[in-house]
Ligand binder design. Sequence first.
Ligand code: URC
Length: 298
Amino acid sequence: MGIALGPNQYGKAEVRLVTVDRQGPVHHLKDVTVSTSLRGGLERTHLTGDNTDVVATDTQKNTVYAFAADGVGQIEDFALRLAEHFTGAFEHITGARMLISEHGWNRIDVDGTPHEHAFSRAGGEERTTAVTVQDGRAWVVSGLTGLTVLKSTGSEFHGFPRDEYTTLAETTDRILATAVTARWRYSAASGIDWALSFDEIRRTLLEAFAAKHSLSLQQTLYAMGEAVLEARPEVAEIRLSLPNKHHFLVDLSPFGLSNENEVFHAADRPYGLIEGTVIRDDEPADAAGLAWYSLPEF
Ligand SMILES: O=c1[nH]c(=O)c2[nH]c(=O)[nH]c2[nH]1
């Protein structure tokens, strides 16, 4: 029986990078976390310890910082620059995956005026991208996480099967809340205004969530994905992961009080987790080259 080295990749995970653009009195912050991962002819180091082909992860980290000296710009552009550098500069490196999360910051208002160099972290939300370059092709999968939204009405849930384990009451008026994770695959890796596309997709997701009278979070998920594909031709496919952040009506009757859908217990766990893909029917479910790096399945 033979033993062989299978697929492998390596890189520096979670390089924390902050840049300050201080060209004028108004500073601009960029705060990202970059994970690099390289693939290629790396048999020698695994099998014999010969590191001739190993671009050290320390070098990868340094490259991230060095490239940032020119500005990070859009995270898709930064990731493409890095991925193309690693695959172009080193003969044995044939594939590169760059994962970047961007951490948002808001200017602090002082007496109603945005401060020139003081910021507060935007709550929990991150913009992401995963860029894959392989065999001369590039794929861009961008997204967001932690976009927390809530509807205080306009949500129902009923008609589900009941068995001996079912206790959930049917409802025609409940709170619907979720923290959106979305990943969308672009149909091209160039010629796209990444910032505009992101802003419009985010706005579309929010509007669809708000507008949809929901009979289930699953229905809302589909409506959000459908709205993005209708509005944004550059998006081939979108995957959504929506935790159902349950808000349970508190029984106030022991205290002699009624509760007219006003007082809820916001439970953190367990939570329903609703996940799904919305895709154009003329798109392959997954481009072949993405097999290694494939779109997160949630
Ligand atoms: O929108 C919902 N979808 C479900 O599948 C589900 N299951 C559940 O208990 N509550 C809900 N809500």
